[in-house]
Design a protein around this ligand. Structure first.
Ligand code: SF4
Length: 126
């Protein structure tokens, strides 16, 4: 699968930069102590598409890709997710990571891709 070149994407980066992030919902503790399911309530496809649409597609090399130990092509995956192409995005991640589902759970993304995201740095309040 080819990289989706952010430089040639016709997108309104200023408008994207103004989009708010969605709050992540967590399951109740009383529920969580009874199983080993995810703590976070998974996003709906529409929520994931919205979140992906906040990516401003930084010029190559994007800070998120540089910060990722496996150099996942995160901007291209965000573009595919934004279009609702979830399986294509998963295939893209599999090109650089043999266990993307596990990485998605154990990676300290707040310090890696997410922590280096130029959009989040400019909008997120820690
Ligand atoms: S750093 Fe953030 S805004 Fe830039 S390409 Fe990566 S995910 Fe998108």
């Amino acid at each position: 699968m080819e990289k989706i070149p952010g430089e040639s994407l016709s997108i309104d980066r200023k408008q994207r930069a103004r989009l708010p992030s969605l709050d992540i919902s967590h399951r109740m503790v009383t529920e969580r102590v009874c199983d080993f399911d995810d703590i976070c309530i998974p996003m709906t496809p529409e929520e994931a598409m919205f979140e992906a649409s906040r990516c401003v597609h930084c010029p190559d090399p994007a800070p998120c890709v540089e910060a990722c130990p496996t150099h996942n092509d995160i901007p291209s995956a965000m573009w595919l997710i934004e279009q609702g192409e979830f399986l294509e995005a998963a295939k893209l991640y599999r090109q650089t990571s043999s266990l993307p589902e596990i990485c998605g759970r154990v990676c300290p993304q707040e310090q890696l891709c997410q922590g280096s995201c130029s959009h989040i740095k400019s909008t997120h309040r820690f």
